[in-house]
Write a protein that binds this ligand. Structure first.
Ligand SMILES: [Mn+2]
Length: 502
C-alpha cells in the first residue's frame, strides 16, 4: 500500500528518469498499454478547466503516440451520456476528470461489452451500490475496472495533490514512445490543477509539485514568487488592486478611487507612453518590488491580519511559451478563460485554445470570458439582494432561472463572506437545469473539511435519496435532482452535514 507521501522525492532532487508519481506508475502503464492497442479512442471529458486541459493532454499524447481519437465533453456523465457513448462504435473510451464516480454505471456497459473503459480521474470512486467509500464510514469495496488511474486509489490526495489533468498527464508520460517527451504537457496539467483550486499560498503541493518540476525542466513552465493577486497579466494596475478579493485591504479593495490614489502616490510611472494604465506584467522587477512593498506596508498599517498580509506574495506559475500580457501566460487567468468557454457549452473553443489555436478560438474565448464576468457579477448581486436561508447545518439559496446552472456554484463560492452569508456553514445553491431537473452546487471551506465535512458524500447521498445523482470533492460538490424535491433533498443534506461536522 502506497502512502500519501509516496510521491515525495526523498532527496528532493529532480530525476528526469523517475516516473513523476511513482505510486501511480503501474496503473498509468496499464492504461497506456490498453490505449496503444486501441484502433480508435473516444476521449470523454468533464466540462470545466480541469476537464478541458485533461482532454488536451490526452489529445496531444494520443496524437504523438499515433493513436486516432475523437473527443466529447459532458457536464456530469450521467446514465444518458453513457448510453450515448455506448451507442458509438468506439471500443475504447478514455474518461478524463470523471468516470471514477460513475464506475457503477460504466461497469454495466463494460460487462455487456459496449466498450472498454480507461479512466484518468481524481474524484471519489463509487462502489457497486453507487455510494462513495467514505460515505459508508467503513472500508466498503469499490467496484473497479482494470484500467483505472486515480490518485485516491493509491493514497494520494485527489482533492489537493493531483487533478484530472494531472492524472491524465501521468497517462501521457506512460504513453511516451522512444524519443517522445511529453513533459511539456505538464504546463496544461498545472492549469487544470489551479482550475480545480489545488494551489495554496505556497503554490501547488505533493504530487503536483513534481508536475511543476517536469514543466519547468521542459521549459514550458516557470514558477515564481510574485504578488499573489489575480490578473497580473491582463488587468490595468488599479483594477488589479481594486478587485483583489484575496487580500481585502481597506481603502483599496473594492475601491477604484482608493486604488488609483494609492498607486499615484508611489514613485513608479503608472501609465505607458499612450497614457494607458500599465499592468503588473509591464513593470520592471524593481518597480514590482516598490509596489509590493508599499502594498504590504499599507495592509499592515490598515490592520489586515498577518496571515493575509503574508498571502499577498506567493508562488505563481507562468506558461513560458505564451505571449506576456495575455490570459494564456498566467495559469490562473488561463484556467478562468477555459471555464468561460466550458460554462457556455463551448468546450470545443477551450480545447482548441489548449491545443494552440491563437486566432479564431482565442478571440471567441475572450468574448465568452467577458460575458462570463458579467454573468458572475450579476449573479452575485442577485444573491446579495435575495440573501440565503439558514438551516441547522447549512445555508442555501435557489436561483431558479436567475443564475445559469453552470455558474451557480462559482457564484455560491463568491457569496460566502458577503453580508448575511456565513463562513461557518457550507452553502448549497439550486438552479433550474431544464428538462425537469434542478442543479445543486455546494461549497465548503478548508476549515469545515478539517472538521469532517465531505460534500461529495453529502451530495451523493442526499441526491440519490430523491432519485438524483451527485458527487465531487469534499470541499466542493454538485448534484442533479428532479424538480419538486428541493425540500426533501435539503433535509437529507442538512442531516448528513450535521453527522459529519462535529
Ligand atoms: Mn477536476
Amino acid at each position: 500500500m502506497a502512502t500519501a507521501d509516496a510521491s515525495d522525492d526523498p532527496d528532493g532532487e529532480y530525476d528526469p528518469d523517475e516516473f513523476p508519481v511513482p505510486a501511480l506508475e503501474a496503473r498509468a502503464q496499464r492504461c497506456a498499454a490498453r490505449l496503444r492497442e486501441a484502433d480508435r479512442v473516444l476521449v470523454a471529458s468533464h466540462i470545466d478547466a480541469d476537464g478541458l486541459t485533461s482532454a488536451a493532454v490526452a489529445a496531444a499524447a494520443l496524437e504523438r503516440a499515433g493513436v486516432p481519437f475523437e473527443s466529447l465533453f459532458s457536464k456530469q456523465l450521467d446514465a444518458d451520456d453513457l448510453d450515448r457513448i455506448a451507442a458509438t462504435d468506439h471500443d475504447t473510451v478514455l474518461f478524463t476528470d470523471f468516470g471514477s464516480g460513475q464506475l457503477d454505471l460504466i461497469a454495466r456497459h463494460e460487462e455487456r461489452g459496449a466498450f472498454t473503459p480507461v479512466i484518468a480521474d481524481h474524484h471519489q470512486p463509487a462502489d457497486a451500490d453507487g455510494r462513495s467509500p467514505s460515505a459508508s464510514g467503513t472500508e466498503s469495496r469499490p467496484v473497479d475496472t482494470e484500467f483505472h488511474l486515480n490518485p485516491l486509489l493509491e493514497g494520494v490526495d485527489g482533492a489537493s495533490e493531483l487533478s484530472g489533468a494531472g492524472a491524465t498527464y501521468l497517462l501521457a508520460r506512460a504513453l511516451e514512445a522512444d524519443g517522445t517527451d511529453n513533459r511539456d504537457l505538464a504546463a496544461l496539467a498545472v492549469v487544470g490543477a489551479v482550475g480545480d483550486m489545488q494551489d495554496g499560498e505556497d503554490g501547488l503541493s505533493g504530487a503536483n509539485e513534481r508536475l511543476v518540476a517536469d514543466g519547468v525542466a521542459a521549459g514550458a513552465l516557470e514558477a515564481e514568487t510574485d504578488l499573489a493577486l489575480y490578473g497580473r497579466q491582463t488587468r490595468p494596475l488599479p483594477k488589479l488592486l481594486q478587485y483583489a478579493s484575496e487580500a481585502r485591504i481597506p481603502g483599496i479593495s473594492d475601491d477604484e478611487a482608493g486604488s488609483v490614489e494609492f498607486l499615484s502616490g508611489l514613485d513608479v510611472p503608472m501609465r505607458d507612453d499612450d497614457g494607458d494604465w500599465r499592468r503588473w506584467v509591464d513593470l520592471t522587477g524593481d518597480e514590482r518590488q516598490t509596489v509590493a512593498s508599499a502594498l504590504i506596508r499599507r495592509a499592515v498599517a490598515s490592520g489586515v491580519p498577518a496571515e493575509r498580509v503574508d498571502g499577498l506574495v506567493g508562488t505563481t506559475y507562468v506558461l513560458a511559451d505564451e505571449e506576456p500580457g495575455t490570459e494564456l501566460r498566467d495559469v490562473s487567468e488561463f484556467s478562468t478563460l477555459l471555464n468561460a468557454t466550458a460554462r457556455y457549452e463551448r468546450a470545443d473553443v477551450g480545447l482548441a485554445v489548449c491545443l494552440g489555436d491563437r486566432d479564431e478560438a482565442l478571440a471567441r474565448a475572450r468574448t465568452l470570458l467577458r460575458n462570463h464576468r458579467r454573468n458572475l457579477s450579476e449573479g452575485l448581486q442577485w444573491v446579495k439582494n435575495e440573501g440565503v436561508t439558514t438551516e441547522e447545518h447549512l445555508q442555501w439559496f435557489d436561483a431558479g432561472t436567475r443564475i445559469r446552472e453552470t455558474i451557480v456554484g462559482i457564484v455560491a463560492g463568491m457569496a460566502v463572506g458577503a453580508a448575511g452569508v456565513s463562513r461557518s456553514k457550507p452553502i448549497v445553491a439550486f438552479a433550474d437545469a431544464g428538462d425537469g431537473e434542478v442543479k445543486v452546487s455546494a461549497r465548503g471551506s478548508g476549515h469545515l473539511v478539517r472538521s469532517g465535512l465531505d460534500l461529495s458524500a453529502v451530495m451523493r447521498e442526499a441526491s440519490r435519496a430523491v432519485g438524483g445523482d451527485g458527487g465531487g470533492h469534499d470541499v466542493a460538490a454538485g448534484a442533479t435532482i428532479p424538480e419538486g424535491e428541493r425540500e426533501v433533498f435539503l433535509a437529507a443534506a442538512d442531516e448528513a452535514v450535521g453527522e459529519q461536522v462535529k
